[in-house]
Design a protein around this ligand. Structure first.
Ligand SMILES: [Fe+2]
Length: 247
């Protein structure tokens, strides 16, 4: 998660104020070299082969009743001690550390916005799906819309989608695919992963957080949109208004 800018200047999160993040920001999200590249590429190859409209719809039904397990937030955070994100080219340590690191960075920068650093703590908790048997390609990594052709800034776009059956399907392999122009991201089916799962779980359990927090959780891995500048043709005005919270 890269929660570094908000619409209100007082909410600007400065990772350069965090010495740990500042040390590594020049090499952040390097997908062309590095010791973890093979593992990262394999995860994305599987993701871009198997994330289809049909797959996402099945997962939304499978997890839509939220009946698997009841746990506290801290129990979920502790579970992430057992998970290393195989899509992350930058780090090779468990995700619970990342959750605390992100929350602490935000807390230091915005001590007056209690919900803001809570988002930092929560944002990756959906990764516990990987500890319940889901493959990492269905949990972690950048997200992208299914049901239309992937756009250029999707990681490894040119080398990982050739075996995805949706791209042979004329309903789904055009620029807009199954969507109308500016239909709004709320009407777009995103690849299945920890963002959408946690967003749905928070909605189901009626979390008391601002709408910006829900939006940040739901789209924080949608790098092709909030960082790559793609998929604007699907956005509503509300999506564009929310964009500064994601970049
Ligand atoms: Fe995440």
């Amino acid at each position: 998660m890269k929660v570094n800018v908000g619409p209100d200047p007082s909410l600007v999160y400065r990772p350069d104020l965090d010495p740990e993040m500042a040390k590594s920001k020049d090499s952040f999200r390097n997908y062309t070299s590095g010791p973890l590249l093979d593992r990262v590429f394999t995860t994305y190859k599987l993701m871009h082969t198997h994330q289809t409209v049909d797959f996402v719809n099945r997962k939304r039904i499978q997890y839509g009743s939220f009946s698997y397990k009841k746990m506290t937030i801290m129990e979920a955070v502790d579970m992430l001690d057992d998970l290393v994100d195989e899509s992350d080219p930058d780090v090779d340590f468990p995700n619970s550390f990342h959750a605390f690191q992100t929350a602490e960075g935000i807390r230091k920068a915005h001590p007056d916005k209690d919900w803001f650093h809570l988002v930092g703590l929560l944002h990756d908790l959906g990764k516990i799906l990987a500890l319940w048997g889901e493959p990492q390609w269905a949990v972690v990594g950048d997200t992208f819309p299914v049901g239309c052709r992937p756009q250029a800034s999707v990681v490894f776009c040119d080398s990982t989608f050739q075996d995805n059956p949706d791209l042979q399907d004329p309903r789904y392999n055009t620029e807009f695919g199954t969507y109308q122009p500016h239909c709004g991201l709320e009407n777009v089916l995103m690849s299945w992963g920890h963002d959408e799962y946690l967003y749905q779980m928070m909605k189901f359990n009626k979390f008391s957080l601002p709408s910006e927090a829900f939006y940040m959780i739901r789209f924080h891995s949608f790098y092709p949109w909030h960082t790559g500048g793609d998929y604007r043709q699907l956005c509503s005005q509300q999506d564009l208004d929310m964009l500064p919270w994601q970049v």
